[in-house]
Design a protein around this ligand. Structure first.
Ligand SMILES: Nc1nc2c(c(=O)[nH]1)N[C@H]1C(S)=C(S)[C@@H](COP(=O)(O)O)O[C@H]1N2
Ligand SMILES: [Mo]
Length: 198
């Protein structure tokens, strides 16, 4: 019976599994703390700075020459919307971190609007995170972080820094914009880690 009704409607509404406290969103809301910055690819750079100050930097052309991949992922915003099966194109952090020698355990992601967010470095490795520059087959729109944003879909979406311009590698954890205001340092949606102490 289940199978029949599922095929009949062509949807999987009832067997979709969402993290606790989340609801399905079909649009793509824009959430940010300030105005949308203007970021030009002509002047854009992405910089990984290690804990001893070594810099690895790519300009847009160098970044576009890196191997990119298609990503399909569910995203979960802490304000309770989730969007399933979103499609992106981006460069894996595995590619960007290849050749970066570090003993750091944490990362501060930095954006051109001054936004910051902290994550464990391990969560950016092994096919878990990308610098994404396309959404749904088109250049990533400015309001969603274009020309390029961090995409870390297994954590709440505030960790996916829009207009990302770099990562600072850190030996010890330090709090980013929302984390200083009480949001969780890790932010696992499946464990509902919305606020410090969750
Ligand atoms: N640079 C920057 N990145 C950001 C934010 C921001 O204010 N500035 N907001 C975060 C939050 S709280 C969310 S939920 C997502 C929203 O991404 P969207 O606007 O593409 O839906 O971006 C995250 N990345
Ligand atoms: Mo958010």
């Amino acid at each position: 019976m289940n199978t029949i009704s599922r095929h009949f409607t062509g949807r999987r509404r009832t067997d979709v599994k969402l993290p606790p406290g989340q609801h399905l969103e079909r649009g793509f809301p824009v959430l940010q703390t300030g105005a949308t910055p203007k970021v030009r690819t002509e002047t854009w750079t992405f910089t990984i700075t290690t804990e001893i100050g070594e810099r690895h930097r790519w300009d847009w052309d160098q970044f576009m020459a890196l191997p990119a991949e298609e990503i399909t992922a569910d995203i979960h915003c802490v304000t309770s919307w989730s969007k399933l099966g979103t499609s992106w194109r981006g460069v894996s952090l595995d590619v960007l971190l290849d050749g970066v020698t570090t003993e750091a355990a944490y990362v501060m992601a930095k954006s051109s609007d001054g936004y910051t967010t902290n994550l464990p470095l391990a969560d950016l490795r092994d096919g878990q995170a990308w610098v994404a520059f396309e959404y749904d087959g088109r250049p990533l729109r400015t309001q969603h972080g274009g020309p390029a944003r961090l995409l870390v879909p297994h954590l709440y979406f505030w960790k996916s820094a829009k207009w990302v311009i770099g990562l600072d590698l850190m030996r010890t954890d330090s709090r980013g914009f929302w984390e200083k205001l009480g949001y969780h340092d890790y932010g696992d949606p499946w464990r509902e880690q919305r606020y410090q102490g969750d």
